[in-house]
Design a protein around this ligand. Structure first.
Ligand SMILES: C[S@@+](CC[C@H](N)C(=O)[O-])C[C@H]1O[C@@H](n2cnc3c(N)ncnc32)[C@H](O)[C@@H]1O
Length: 440
């Protein structure tokens, strides 16, 4: 691993200079970053498994407890399991929780294949009108063709007939994986969007809406992933005396249902202020899976949400003791108080998360936070630096920092909404004392 550290603290905003790991992470591509069930479902801003693996191997030992408070699709949890650590995950997003569950639950592939065969037989031979199973989706006909709606309803009918539990969840994730592809949305848009480019492809007959064969292929591929996870689970059982457990425990990273001092290591890649609209990205899938009852409410609970109400930001004054945040807020507030408030709220929510992690970490416990910088409304936001400053006030010391170039597609925060990321940092925060601040 390359290492260019310097002990001169003035090199990096008063913190130890970062160690460059670009050479280390750049070499992983394709199957190396999606082995076993890591690629079971798309998820925005996933980190490659080598990043949590690096943190887990560097800062914990077998049988330790690892927590990811913004677990997304569960990358940290699967890596913890493979490395023999007990893991806990939290995410506000219902689809993230389902993906993480399926990603980390080994199921006997013989059983899965048998269920798959039966399921596909039923789907193929069904010629009923299943339109009553089509969910209510705002603007439904804009998103889906009538024959696609009918075919998706038929698949849903039989997946929902499987007894609820891990097997059914596995097939729900297979089903979810084809929804965006079978919709009218552009495949490359992060948020579902029917673009003129996509319409042109449709007119030229270059798109396929063959729902049934897409589902069959998807099930076939995901069965292979499940088989790999099953083999891994055997290796884990052989290697570790006490096979590690994986626990998805809650929804909110600002309010964690775990005892004080019960965690050895936390590893996460948090959201950014207004960078990815996590609820919209997967709204079509969530409608079909019956996971979205109140979109606005869920969006309001997301850390980094761009939702803010006049009653909140009108009386608010941009005050903070963190100099880099002060600069950002001053620049933003000149044009638009709402944007400044959105950024402030994001950092205040992250402060709450840092305090909660401080509480659940044991003495000298480590919180590895993978975070970069972004721009919002053309203002550069050095998110990693502001979080490092807030962490110092929340009772941590910055024990070290690693940096690497963001070159992998899975790591890239999309460049819409003025946001872009070029480098990511791993902040290694060590818990030293109780938080000394209760506001920014
Ligand atoms: C950058 S993603 C994490 C991706 C993850 N590392 C992976 O590999 O899939 C950030 C996650 O934070 C979640 N999140 C946002 N607000 C949250 C909150 N209040 N509590 C817990 N999770 C939240 C989002 O739903 C999203 O899944």
């Amino acid at each position: 691993m390359s290492s260019q550290s310097s002990s001169d603290p003035s090199d990096f905003h008063g913190f130890p200079r970062p160690v460059d790991l670009s050479g280390e992470f750049r070499k992983y591509i394709g199957k190396q970053v999606s082995y076993a069930t890591h690629g079971i479902h798309k998820y925005p801003a996933k980190f490659i498994p080598q990043i949590p693996r690096f943190c887990i191997e560097s800062f914990s030992k077998a049988e330790d407890v690892v927590l990811d408070p913004f677990m997304g699709s569960g990358t940290t949890l699967l890596e913890s399991y493979i490395l023999g650590r007990e893991s806990y995950g939290i995410d506000i997003h219902p689809l993230a929780r389902m993906i993480a569950k399926v990603k980390t639950t080994p199921i006997d592939p013989t059983h899965l294949s048998r269920v798959a065969e039966n399921l596909l037989d039923h789907i193929r031979s069904d010629d009923y009108d299943n339109s009553s199973l089509i969910p209510e989706i705002p603007n439904r006909d804009h998103w889906f063709r009538p024959e696609v709606l009918g075919n998706l309803a038929t698949i849903k009918k039989y997946v929902w007939r499987i007894r609820s539990g891990p097997t059914q969840d596995f097939f729900k994730i297979c089903f979810s994986s084809i929804i965006r592809k079978m919709s009218n949305s552009d495949a490359d848009s992060l948020i579902p969007e029917v673009t003129s480019f996509r319409k042109k492809l449709d007119e030229q007959g270059k798109t396929s809406f063959d729902v049934m064969s897409k589902f069959e292929n998807t099930v076939g591929n995901k069965l292979l992933d499940a088989e790999e996870l099953w083999k891994i689970s055997h290796d884990v059982e052989k290697e570790f005396r006490n096979p590690p457990t994986i626990n998805i425990i809650g929804r909110d990273a600002r309010d964690i249902e775990m005892d004080d001092s019960s965690v050895d290591l936390a590893v996460t890649s948090p959201p950014y202020a207004s960078a990815v609209h996590y609820v919209s990205v997967h709204k079509l899938e969530m409608f079909w899976l019956d996971l979205l009852d109140d979109m606005a409410r869920l969006d309001g609970q997301v850390v980094g949400t761009s939702r803010a109400y006049v009653r909140e930001y009108r009386p608010w004054e941009p005050k903070t003791s963190v100099p880099e945040l002060k600069r950002v807020l001053t620049e933003l507030v000149e044009n638009d108080k709402k944007s400044a408030y959105i950024v402030y709220k994001y950092f205040d929510d992250m402060r709450r998360n840092l305090c909660e992690i401080n509480r659940v970490l044991g003495r000298n416990g480590i919180y590895c936070m993978v975070v970069g910088e972004n721009t919002f409304r053309k203002v550069r936001v050095p998110t990693y630096l502001i979080l490092a400053r807030i962490a110092s006030q929340c009772g941590y010391i910055l024990k070290g920092t690693y940096v690497y170039d963001v070159i992998n597609r899975h790591l890239d925060i999309p460049r819409w909404n003025d946001s872009r990321i070029e480098k990511d940092y791993i902040l290694v925060l060590q818990r030293k004392r109780k938080p000394s601040m209760d506001c920014l």
